[in-house]
Design a protein around this ligand. Structure first.
Ligand code: PLP
Length: 362
């Protein structure tokens, strides 16, 4: 689809943009444009690049009442050759379509999803930062716009949008291990629910647990299974990895996709990258008791979280209702750092891309 472009008549000045790019804080400043495609009468309309700005919506639009909303998150990186590239954008497009299906929403074709990113990044190219560990964070999302309070059927009209925000290193003071709270008070998702969809409601329901974790002196929540609060699922916005042993014989395990955790694209990529680096990498089942026993015996040497926003983040300590324990010596482990190096090297074009994950978009 060819996208029409309406230029922002009042874009930020070069100096304002440079100041934002020089010190971006995550998701607070946005580029001069956005993409919008409306779905009406069973069909997607024209793709438009518009000036970034507020939306006008009827107060009775479905999204406000029943939370029919989905989103994605991915990054565009400036490569050494001056091009701009995304990492596995079609995988985000496919996940967006699966989220739409789960939420009874219209599905955007994956090609159109990828084209929409290209359209926005081409127009807002000057917003892609160039310093190490920076990128342009892309946030595609879709809302239900049908007017009416009837609750028996999904909306028949939708708006798909993409906005973009320059992103700096997630941790300004360098890579810093986090302390996580093993949440037995709250449940993020249950079998048959919406846990594997990237829908706004999953996050709305998690804020109170994040507040609880913070009150316990922790940085993040670890969600456990809904039935027994025993099996590790994921974190608030990242998946988890467990490293047993060390050196070339290390075994790397991530919780299997049970339907109630988000199938992270970073998680999936790391299963492959860990294999490429010669480690045995697998999906499995890890209980909080095993986590604690492994950390205490030293068999479990490293734990890290992974996701688009923060990349790979070491987990130094875990705390729950029965107390706190340290993983390794609480500092980032060598395999965590090696995987991080390899992943970011591929994403930023500094290392070869043997799996064809990187695509130039501008
Ligand atoms: N888990 C949750 C709940 C998330 O919101 C995210 C971020 O999208 C992830 C895991 C990591 O997914 P990805 O690697 O695709 O960013």
């Amino acid at each position: 689809m060819a996208f029409s472009v309406t230029r922002n008549p009042n874009p930020r000045s070069d100096a304002e943009r440079e100041a934002i790019i020089a010190d971006p804080s995550f998701g607070t400043a946005f580029t001069d444009h956005m993409v919008k495609i409306d779905y009406v009468d069973g069909a997607w309309g024209e793709g438009r690049v518009l000036p970034y700005g507020p939306l006008t919506l009827d107060p009775a639009a479905t999204v406000f009442h029943y939370g029919q909303e989905i989103f994605e998150g991915l990054k565009a990186y400036l490569h050494p050759d001056g091009s701009i590239a995304t990492f596995r954008a079609p995988a985000n497009g496919a996940r967006f379509a699966r989220s739409a299906e789960r939420m009874g929403m219209a599905q955007l074709p994956v090609d159109l999803f990828v084209e929409s990113l290209q359209a926005l990044v081409s127009v807002d190219r000057a917003w892609v930062p160039s310093a190490p560990d920076t990128s342009l964070y892309l946030r595609p999302f879709m809302i239900a716009t049908q007017v009416g309070l009837g609750v028996n059927a999904p909306s028949n009209s939708y708006s798909y949008l993409v906005i973009a925000s320059p992103a700096g290193p997630y941790f300004k003071s360098g890579i810093k291990p986090v302390k996580v709270w093993l949440s037995t008070e709250y449940t993020r998702a249950a079998p048959g629910g919406t846990g594997e969809a990237k829908c706004g409601g999953n996050y709305a329901a998690s804020f109170v647990a994040q507040q609880y974790a913070t009150a316990q002196g922790c940085d993040q929540v670890v969600w456990l299974d809904a039935a027994e609060h025993r099996w590790v699922e994921e974190m608030g916005g990242m998946n988890l990895y467990f490293v047993y042993g060390s050196g070339p014989s290390a075994r790397i395990v991530t919780p299997a996709l049970t339907g109630s955790l988000l199938p992270g694209i970073t998680r999936d990529s790391l299963l492959t990258i860990a294999g490429d680096l010669g480690y045995s990498a697998e999906e499995g089942k890890i209980s909080t008791d095993e986590w604690r026993a492994g950390a205490e015996s030293g068999e479990l040497t490293e734990v890290f979280a992974c996701g688009t926003a923060a990349g790979i983040t070491p987990v130094g300590w875990a705390k729950g209702a029965t107390g706190e324990f340290t993983i390794g010596d609480g500092t980032p482990g060598p395999i965590t750092l090696q995987l991080r190096e390899q992943l970011t090297g591929i994403q930023t074009g500094k290392l070869p891309d043997p799996h064809g994950w990187v695509s130039k978009i501008a």
